[in-house]
Design a protein around this ligand. Structure first.
Ligand code: SF4
Length: 153
């Protein structure tokens, strides 16, 4: 997809602001959050738990063995999404969450980006600021690395 930093239609920047108390990107049943080993370690430390214990209690694995965050059985939403739609681990949240909406699938074309607006009201919001191409590229890399995931414990 973006094999080179200069491939992106978004190189000149896009308008975005993350709106406090929005939480719509987290409020998706069936969402999958891949974890890098750094993500998992950081969150386990936050809960003062051993990595293996945290992975066993709060994660599951995909068919190819990558760790993903567990969902609530009752509604398929993230286990760390609170009743008031905030993130209870905001300060240590997974890098894929931090990278949203700058995921490869959302930036693959300007059309895909337009579609992402349906989920994310921060895109082209009146208070949005320009997020430059360098920053977007870093977010894409965060997302890519997280999606590669890890399998060992
Ligand atoms: S949907 Fe967009 S504006 Fe809302 S919390 Fe997620 S990133 Fe922020």
């Amino acid at each position: 997809m973006f094999s080179d930093r200069d491939d992106g239609w978004w190189n000149d920047g896009v308008n975005f602001i993350c709106l406090p108390e929005c939480g719509r990107c987290c409020d998706e049943p069936g969402g999958i959050v891949y974890l890098s080993q750094e993500d998992a370690t950081r969150i386990a430390v936050h809960f003062d738990m051993e990595l293996k214990e945290w992975l066993t209690k709060y994660c599951r694995t995909t068919h190819d063995g990558r760790f993903v965050l567990e969902s609530k059985p009752e509604d398929g939403r993230c286990i760390y999404l609170t009743a008031d739609k905030t993130c209870s681990i905001y300060e240590v949240k997974p890098s894929q969450c931090s990278a949203f909406p700058f995921w490869r699938e959302n930036l693959v074309s300007d059309r895909a980006w337009e579609k992402t607006k349906r989920i994310c009201p921060g895109i082209d919001h009146p208070e949005a600021i320009v997020i430059n191409g360098d920053t977007i590229w870093l977010k894409l890399e965060e997302d890519r690395l997280a999606e590669e995931g890890f399998r060992m414990v």
